[in-house]
Ligand binder design. Structure first.
Ligand code: IPE
Ligand code: IPE
Ligand code: MG
Length: 233
């Protein structure tokens, strides 16, 4: 079985169900986010061991600002603490960190920290982890359109346009996983998911494990990716 595994070069994950996970245990939602951050850390290491080159994690969407102020603040505090505490470990584990999404609505200190981590993890790495923070697929496309207009292009093709999107030269995700049973994209990478294989599981993100990831990759390995073509019989 293991020999047949096709390891996706780029995996994208909508880490959903933190709130429900906590609720089911009679805990405040933020506890689900804490546990979720630990799970993300494990999954990063496991993906690196498997040879996944890029892992994009949806951490906060442009729509998540609509949540109660307290939850939003705690989420950003969690991110700030995480980035501060884990810097050395990321370097030791050879994880290169990148961020996608808007930066203009994020506090200056956090923004500096994000830039610092991007810089300091860029040297020697075995996996690139892309954290989507204040990210929306539509917002990404619009920011790209505006960049193109500022440069006064009168025509762009798909490859050129992709370059202006947040993922830039990073290849499109091969596999997108969403946890917690919801079957929607929720404004994640709209452009880049055009031909991505989608995998949904009912497991809430704080319960997601290596075994669950392997299940998703096994499922992916059995897919026939056609990209519109007819495959040889
Ligand atoms: C995903 O879990 C994490 C973020 C969106 C930040 P949720 O917080 O959406 O959890 P549910 O969907 O309410 O269970
Ligand atoms: C998507 O999850 C965003 C993240 C995981 C960061 P949501 O929980 O915000 O999505 P909806 O509201 O169920 O569509
Ligand atoms: Mg949710």
């Amino acid at each position: 079985m293991m020999e047949d595994l096709k390891i996706p070069r780029h995996i994208a994950i909508i880490m959903d169900g933190n709130g429900r996970w906590a609720r089911q245990r009679g805990m405040p939602r933020i506890m689900g986010h804490y546990r979720g951050a630990e799970v993300a850390e494990d999954i990063v290491k496991y993906c690196a061991d498997l040879g996944v080159e890029y892992l994009t994690l949806f951490a906060f969407s442009t729509e998540n600002w609509k949540r109660p102020k307290e939850e939003v603040e705690l989420l950003f505090e969690l991110l700030r603490n995480y980035l501060t505490q884990k810097k050395e470990e990321l370097i030791k584990e050879r994880v290169r960190l990148k961020f996608i999404g808007r930066r203009d609505r994020i506090g200056k200190d956090l923004r500096r920290l994000m830039e610092e981590l991007e810089r300091d993890t860029a040297e020697d790495f075995r996996i690139t982890v892309i954290l989507a923070v204040d990210y929306g697929g539509r917002d990404d496309i619009l920011r790209a359109v505006n960049k193109v207009m500022r440069l006064e292009f009168d025509h762009v093709d798909e490859d050129t346009f992709s370059y202006f999107l947040d993922l830039g030269e990073i290849p499109d995700p091969d596999l997108m996983i969403r946890t917690a049973g919801e079957k929607r994209i929720s404004n994640f990478l709209l452009w880049n998911l055009a031909y991505t294989e989608l995998y949904f599981t009912d497991v809430c993100w704080p319960d997601f494990t290596k075994e669950e990831l392997l299940k998703a990759i096994e499922d992916y390995s059995r897919r026939k990716r056609k990209f519109g073509r007819v495959l040889d019989e």
